[in-house]
Design a protein around this ligand. Sequence first.
Ligand code: NAG
Ligand code: NAG
Ligand code: NAG
Ligand code: NAG
Ligand code: NAG
Length: 356
Amino acid sequence: MHLSNIIATLALAGSVIAAPARKDDCKDDSLYKAMKKAGRSFIGTALTIRNETREGEIIKQEFNSFTPENSMKWESTEPSRNNFTFEDADRYAAYAKKNNLQIHCHNLVWHSQLPEWVSNGGFDNKTLISIMENHIKTLVTRYKSVCTRWDVVNEALNDNGTYRSSVWYDTIGEAFLPIAFRLANKYDNKAKLFYNDYNLEYNDNKTVAAKNIVKLIKSYGVKINGVGYQAHLASEVTPTAPGPAPDQKTLEAALHATADEGVDVVYTEIDVRMNTPATAEKLAVQAATYERIAASCLAVKRCIGMTVWGISDKYSWIPGVFTGEGAALIWDENYNKKPAYNGFLEGINSGKKHWG
Ligand SMILES: *[C@@H]1O[C@H](CO)[C@@H](O)[C@H](O)[C@H]1NC(C)=O
Ligand SMILES: *[C@@H]1O[C@H](CO)[C@@H](O)[C@H](O)[C@H]1NC(C)=O
Ligand SMILES: *[C@@H]1O[C@H](CO)[C@@H](O)[C@H](O)[C@H]1NC(C)=O
Ligand SMILES: *[C@@H]1O[C@H](CO)[C@@H](O)[C@H](O)[C@H]1NC(C)=O
Ligand SMILES: *[C@@H]1O[C@H](CO)[C@@H](O)[C@H](O)[C@H]1NC(C)=O
């Protein structure tokens, strides 16, 4: 045998010995695999595609879903009337297809990041509904094959549970909700259609109002598949948080409030902020907070998935908006796993024990 063949043979043998069968599916080394083992659908992250190779690696390992952070919002997709711009959103659709990921598409009807031409256009009821239809039709049709879920209406409520004043509510009335869902379903009857809001986790008046939105939409004979609980929470009292995230029983009760109306529930934008700088002690409290958030989802059968609002603290929105607060995600600024990562994974694994 020629020397080079011997070397090749040895190398081949070596690689066989060095690469035993991977036991990925039996080992909880991945958030989404643990979630799927618990019989649920997904673990996602908010995604802004940027020049960070670590993000791509982490997504591949840990996530099977993402939410485009900004690219599908109205101001990005229809900056002037009937003039649609899709370069950015298309990159996300392509990313999902290439990497075989679910997308939680975000969002269709919202008062914020809405261009002036809509919010200050002075349109009458009929015209505004036709503008809404054109927008929903165009987006939902374009991304029909890639959107697993759509946030159809985002943040329609005040914290006290009344409807928020917005061009949608002020012009159309509460009918804007069932109308938006009816239109989304008309152009894509496969995507799961969600109502999404924040501060629903406290099981207070706003949660009751979200339950009433589910009932309202159903009372029109219109399909709604789920409610998204954003879960922008904190691990301690901060200038912008009244206190730490609710206890697990409260979180579960809040999820049940809408799930018991016969819809799925998901956490859509989880982050757990604190007063910075982080200390070992604060990171441990944060880990316990992430654990009970995850455990609350796994304790509710209709909780099908959870999305964290970003990967690394390096890019979290919190410090830029809430001065002096941050460290809210489960990887630190250098992409090292924080204690919160293990807390979150533990919470997911509690579901496996729970449901066998
Ligand atoms: C992307 O990051 C790499 C490594 O940090 C750098 O060399 C490269 O110039 C960056 N590319 C762009 C387009 O920013
Ligand atoms: C459409 O919007 C783009 C981006 O804002 C702008 O550059 C372009 O001029 C607009 N086209 C029309 C026809 O309004
Ligand atoms: C919740 O609603 C009840 C009555 O509907 C009201 O008395 C209470 O003040 C509300 N709570 C908040 C926090 O708005
Ligand atoms: C509920 O909150 C909104 C917005 O803060 C406020 O305008 C409204 O007066 C409140 N309604 C009640 C009944 O407290
Ligand atoms: C606007 O039109 C819709 C659809 O016909 C209707 O359901 C809604 O009540 C109207 N809103 C107002 C304020 O008239």
